[in-house]
Ligand binder design. Structure first.
Ligand SMILES: N[C@@H](CCC(=O)N[C@@H](CS)C(=O)NCC(=O)O)C(=O)O
Length: 212
């Protein structure tokens, strides 16, 4: 059985964004059953959990003695087993993998910086001084992604793990109206989030918080 770690509870601003969502979504797209390994903040530093995830973060993935961490690596591992996430031909697979890395390595960093300013504690004056430049960097990247999308529904000629990852990255701007200001991207995010596998994954994450 596949097991994915997830937090028992996080503050409302993070609910629906925790990175186990990516993994749950990929597993739903691939039709692979899994169980959640629910942890609390008190578990993050324990040797048992560090053996799964060296940084004490969520998600960690376990399957028949294999343990993985890093949501990108986990999603790629799952995607390699399902044509729902990775096309069969080698060139298309490489393109899909490229978009996964691009979402994580090029688009997510400025978005994470903005989310840190908007959602995490810190010196208000420092944040206010820094925010316009960070927002500008986010807008630059989003404009570039919108340009690539053009009139297409997905980053490539069909939905892939790259779209899954890009969508979860765009979600981290939900405290702003930035995505809405790029109609192409807003429609793209809505299109990807309309997938039944996404709904199942999100509902599963939120159910844990509701129970807590
Ligand atoms: N690069 C890691 C980041 C994981 C990460 O930041 N997880 C957050 C939840 S979304 C976390 O566990 N935060 C608590 C912490 O860092 O202590 C990944 O993609 O898996």
């Amino acid at each position: 059985m596949i097991t994915v770690s997830a937090f028992r509870w996080v503050p409302p601003f993070a609910q629906g964004l925790v990175r186990d969502l990516r993994v749950r979504w990929a597993l739903e797209e691939a039709g692979l059953p899994y169980e959640a390994r629910i942890i609390g903040f008190e578990d993050q530093a324990t040797p048992g959990y560090r053996a799964l995830q060296p940084f004490g973060q969520v998600p960690a993935y376990e399957e028949n003695g294999l343990t993985l961490f890093e949501s990108g690596a986990i999603v790629l591992h799952i995607a390699a087993r399902s044509e729902n996430l990775m096309p069969a031909d080698a060139a298309s697979r490489a393109r899909a993998m490229t978009w996964v890395i691009s979402a994580l390595n090029t688009v997510e960093p400025p978005i994470a910086n903005l989310a840190e300013i908007d959602l995490f504690p810190g010196d208000a004056a420092v944040k206010a001084a820094r925010r316009p430049e960070v927002e500008q960097r986010v807008r630059l990247r989003l404009g570039e992604v919108a340009e690539v999308l053009g009139t297409r529904d997905y980053l490539e000629d069909r939905f892939t793990a790259g779209d899954l990852m890009m969508t979860t990255v765009l979600r981290n701007l939900r405290q702003t109206d930035i995505v809405a200001s790029f109609p192409t991207l807003a429609a793209y995010q809505a299109r990807c989030e309309a997938r039944p596998a996404f709904t199942k994954a999100l509902d599963a994450q939120m159910a844990v918080f509701a129970a807590a």
